[in-house]
Design a protein around this ligand. Sequence first.
Ligand code: NAP
Length: 341
Amino acid sequence: MAEKLVIIGSGPAGWTAAIYAARANLQPLVFAGRPKTSPSLLLPGGQLMLTTEVENFPGFPHGVTGPKLMAFMEQQAVRFGARIRTDDGRTPDVSDPDDGHSFRYHDCKAVDLSCRPFKVIDEDDTVVEAHALIIATGATANWLGIPGEQRLATSGGGVSACAVCDGALPAFRNKELGVVGGGDSAVEEATYLTKFASKVYIIHRRDQLRASRIMQQRAMDNPKIEILWNKVPVEVLGEKQIEGVRLKDTKTGDVSVRPLGGLFMAIGHTPATAFLGGQLELDEKKYIRLADPYRSMTSVEGVFAAGDVVDSVYRQAITAAGMGCKAALDAERWLAERGIH
Ligand code: NAP
């Protein structure tokens, strides 16, 4: 029998959609997906699994870690009847912190949106049929893939892909920090970091910023920002905590060491839309294009989308959660109109 609603994705958008859909008695099935943020992580949960302290999610006056926030959302969804696609079909006991580790959460490999009900094909080629779908697969921050980067990013060692999420942590106060990239994000994040840091270096691989004029001016005018032109990090140095980066000059090939107390990647994001196989309308940057920007409907009726997979602008846990709520309400109404309760 076809599922009423399948939710693909397990970040704030996916879990919030699952909470709302489960409370509406839709018993949603969640493809939580395999961890993409880092191979060393055991559990899914999207980009927040790579964040240490989340201080700006309302309701947590003393902050909460990214993985804990995701575990809370998952528990809340399961409590109301959401099911999670795992190896043995058993929804994990989310109150037991060790239980999830014995599972393989399932990835959705592909979808077929040309038929009704839709087909969701999982990584073992099992086909799940669904009347409605919510796509909340997010986007992943791009990383350089250099030695030391992931080890220090996953251990809270001062390497991050989100200055807004992590920059205000005490570990970065009054330190010299680095931001890699030359786009609007790099300038915006560097500017934000100057509130806490003693100095911020923008490390850019060319001799010209990609950022808009106004953002470039902002960087130039900020006495705490210095741009290191024609440089790429080739190694992050430090055992438990970042101590610096080894930089290569892209013009001369010269290698130098720059001591740093933190390193932030701002080299773009990649939305997880490849598995859709071109069946949903995407924008030029491969984010899902919503049929109405204020709602969650996509170019295919019955398919809804939420979170970073549609949003290249805000990319916050709270905005993703809000979109997940909208998608669940839209899906519930759409199913009800078709007599599926
Ligand atoms: P982006 O514009 O794609 O810029 C990415 C930057 O990272 C580029 O400067 C690129 O260098 C560099 N880069 C990419 N891969 C690299 C690598 N492997 N090694 C070293 N450097 C690498 O991404 P974004 O800055 O995240 O912006 C995304 C979109 O959001 C843009 O449309 C932007 O305008 C928008 N945005 C707007 C605001 C705002 O208006 N306030 C703020 C943030 C973002 P090259 O320049 O050499 O390609």
